[in-house]
Write a protein that binds this ligand. Structure first.
Ligand code: HSE
Length: 379
């Protein structure tokens, strides 16, 4: 099999290294598309996507450029030219999910994107595999390594948010624009992709109620630890009996016996729930050159073996009114403060409130200029 790699950055280079060291000559990296000069590599250095789509020898394209454009334009061209595609690009996959699936189906090829949620963990692959027997009822978990690193480090060091964010950036965990991680946008995209495959639907990622950890302080963390609680940023997905999907991302306060509260550093941990299998958990590296490249190589090997998955469900509505928790809230917003049941550290605890109501109230508070941190309290 001859393949092309688009983008020789962190992940693209990882795929090149694994393929050339373990799978050559059966799998050959024929062409690399990258604008930067390449060091001495044994392949064609393409400057244009046309050099890939017009080469009949290339069967599969690895998209490792990231971002929406031009990656999505190049991927659609590759699919239309009858080439399989593998990609870790969660922004592209979550934004144009249906278009990618349709282009692959119309041209008799596959697009696999296992590392787009969970990085090196075979999460999406096993979600699809498990779904065959009775479907997936729900999933939840930590699928953003940067925020887990920040929360875990704040707990362990006592340092404040800004200092730990700088450390995450220095270590290369945080995205170039940290907002994608700390405001929950990265995990929101992964939540949409996981829901699409788990429940055979298409969700608009922007409609998933999402709160990140930008506003958390050392004082919040100290109050949580004094009460035996760990804070983690979790995504949640559940198929409701009426076919709507409950999907949201928010910080959660977990008791000592919850496994997610002990996930260290930048690791991920995610669980699915099925009718017979019950809860099934996955733990591992959600990012990084070789874990992500390894997952892409697994996708290449699956396509080569005639395996894979598709997702082509209808658009589904998100309804977060039935998920109800107590919340920890720290804010000066009067409407939110009216929900207080009892003081807790620098904030307060509410009674049971639906996810839809709480996220709506916090968005209104932030729009009115009241900086607010909140976290669900898991019973
Ligand atoms: N910024 C992402 C994370 C990278 O921290 O999980 C992997 O998707």
């Amino acid at each position: 099999m001859k393949i092309a790699i688009m983008g020789l950055g962190v992940v693209g280079r990882g795929v090149y290294d694994i393929i050339t060291s373990r799978f050559a000559p059966e799998i050959e990296v024929k062409t690399i598309l990258d604008l930067l000069p390449l060091e001495e590599l044994h392949c064609i250095h393409a400057k244009s996507i046309d050099e890939i789509v017009n080469n009949p020898e290339i069967e599969l394209v690895v998209e490792a450029m990231g971002g929406l454009h031009p990656a999505s334009d190049f991927v659609l061209k590759a699919l239309q030219a009858g080439k399989h595609v593998v990609t870790p690009n969660k922004q592209m996959v979550s934004t144009i999910f249906a278009e990618l699936q349709q282009a692959a189906a119309e041209n008799g090829v596959k697009i696999l994107f296992t590392p787009s949620a969970g990085g090196g963990i075979p999460w999406l692959y096993n979600l699809v595999r498990t779904k065959r027997c009775g479907g997936i009822e729900a999933f939840r978990g930590i699928i953003n390594g940067t925020t887990n690193f920040i929360l875990d480090s704040m707990e362990k060091s006592g340092a404040d948010f800004a200092d730990i964010l700088k450390e995450a950036q220095r270590l290369g965990y945080a995205e170039a624009n940290p907002s994608a991680d700390i405001d929950g946008i990265d995990i929101q995209r992964k939540c949409a992709i996981s829901s699409n495959l788990a429940f055979d639907v298409q969700l608009d990622p922007a409609r998933i109620d999402t709160a990140g950890i930008r506003r958390i302080t050392g004082e919040d963390i100290r109050a949580f630890r004094e009460n035996g609680l760990h804070c983690r940023l979790l995504c949640n997905g559940e198929k409701l009996p009426d076919g709507k999907i409950c999907a949201y991302v928010e910080p959660v306060l977990l008791k000592e016996d919850a496994m997610e509260g002990h996930v260290p550093a930048n690791f991920n941990m995610v669980f699915l729930k099925g009718p017979e299998v019950g809860e099934l958990g996955f733990f591992g590296q959600g990012a990084g050159r070789y874990p992500t490249a390894h997952s892409l190589v697994e996708d290449i090997l699956d396509i080569r073996a005639g395996l894979g998955y598709t997702g082509n469900g209808p658009q589904a509505e998100i309804d977060n009114r039935s998920a109800v928790h107590a919340y920890y809230v720290r804010t000066e917003d009067p409407a939110l403060r009216a929900m207080a049941r009892e003081p807790f550290g620098p904030g307060f605890l509410t009674g049971p409130v639906s996810v839809a109501e709480m996220h709506g109230a916090v968005r209104a508070a932030e729009a009115a200029g009241h900086e607010t941190f909140f976290a669900a309290v898991r019973a």
